[in-house]
Design a protein around this ligand. Structure first.
Ligand SMILES: [Zn+2]
Length: 325
């Protein structure tokens, strides 16, 4: 699109010159033609967040919470009445896209932001929620990984930072699993120390800009609940994700809240470690270090559901989020 608008006067140029320009630019930006139908790329997601921020400026505020290795902004959209003011209201964190290939996990929080903002003036329940809470939505925690995945590498899970452990200038691998990089029992269970592994936990806890961005946001706010979307599995997990800690004192409460959400999405609720053991994920860190009750929702039955299925997945989980709020 930008080529057409930047070169709107091209009708005055000879056709062969236009063709040459086209070949030149297409070879410069081969990925511009790539992508996956139904799934926005990073630029489109960023554009949508800016659009929402401008259109609903009274009730949302777009914040940069970090910059990735490849220079992309990690965006957090705060939704609340008097969004630019810090009011004494309960705060909730909703995240997506820790894992690059889990594309649908980005769309659900993004669409949820849209639906809240679009319905504020017409829906009393939505208005009440926005007026009485502060909802922080980070739809895409790992923009570099997502952009790589959506452009022909749909197997990719980690971020895209080259990791040079021994400092010899030659990276041993590319990328860290962001959801193994948080600092609660970091590196102890369900991770790999091999930089080539897709569950590589990083050279040390919080080595990555993405996990630090979420950490710093959480330490500066006081979230009471969080939901981190992943795909896939149709489950609602809560701490612990590891089998090393003893059962959390809020276990029954988190089970009950999880079951409340499950009435809407019909997913299975459990402590995360009962499905598989892991350390260094966002839920365990949030639970151990802040006053947040965190949940992970594994959406649907595949990493990248067909575009026609996204609406159904969204509706079920919109219900779950509305219940939580
Ligand atoms: Zn995941």
């Amino acid at each position: 699109m930008w080529m057409m608008s930047s070169y709107g006067a091209s009708h005055s140029l000879p056709k062969w010159l236009c063709a040459l320009f086209t070949i030149f630019f297409v070879s410069l930006f081969p990925l511009a033609e790539a992508g996956i139908p139904g799934y926005p790329d990073y630029m489109e997601i960023e554009g949508e967040l800016r659009y929402l921020n401008e259109t609903y400026s009274e009730i949302c505020a777009l914040n940069s919470i970090g910059i990735t290795y490849e220079g992309r902004t990690i965006w957090a959209l705060k939704i609340s009445d008097n969004a630019w003011k810090d009011e004494d209201e309960p705060e909730v964190l909703i995240m997506g896209g820790h894992h690059a290939k889990e594309l649908v996990s980005v769309l659900v929080p993004l669409r949820f932001a849209e639906s809240l903002l679009e319905n504020y003036s017409s829906n009393g329940t939505v208005k009440n929620i926005i007026d009485s809470t502060e909802i922080w939505i980070v739809p895409l925690v790992n923009p570099d990984g997502y952009e790589y995945a959506i452009n022909g590498h749909t197997y990719w899970r980690k971020n895209r930072r080259p990791v040079d452990i021994d400092g010899d200038g030659e990276p041993e691998g590319i990328g860290v699993d962001i959801n193994r990089n948080y600092d609660h029992r970091w590196g102890e269970q369900g991770v790999s120390r091999d930089p080539d592994s897709e569950i590589y936990c990083g050279p040390y806890a919080f080595s990555e800009n993405e996990s630090r961005a979420i950490r710093d946001l959480a330490l500066n706010r006081s979230f009471v609940f969080s939901v981190s979307f992943h795909s896939y599995g149709q489950q609602i997990f809560h701490p612990w994700g590891n089998s090393l800690d003893t059962s959390p004192i809020d276990c029954e409460l988190m089970d009950a809240i999880g079951e409340g959400m499950a009435k809407y999405n019909d997913y299975e609720v459990m402590e995360g470690w009962k499905w598989y053991n892991t350390t260094g994920d966002s839920d365990d860190w949030l639970y151990a270090n802040t006053s947040c009750l965190p949940f992970t929702i594994e959406l649907g039955t595949e990493y990248i559901p067909p575009p026609n299925d996204i609406g159904k997945i969204f509706e079920k989980n919109r219900g779950a989020l509305m219940y939580l709020l």
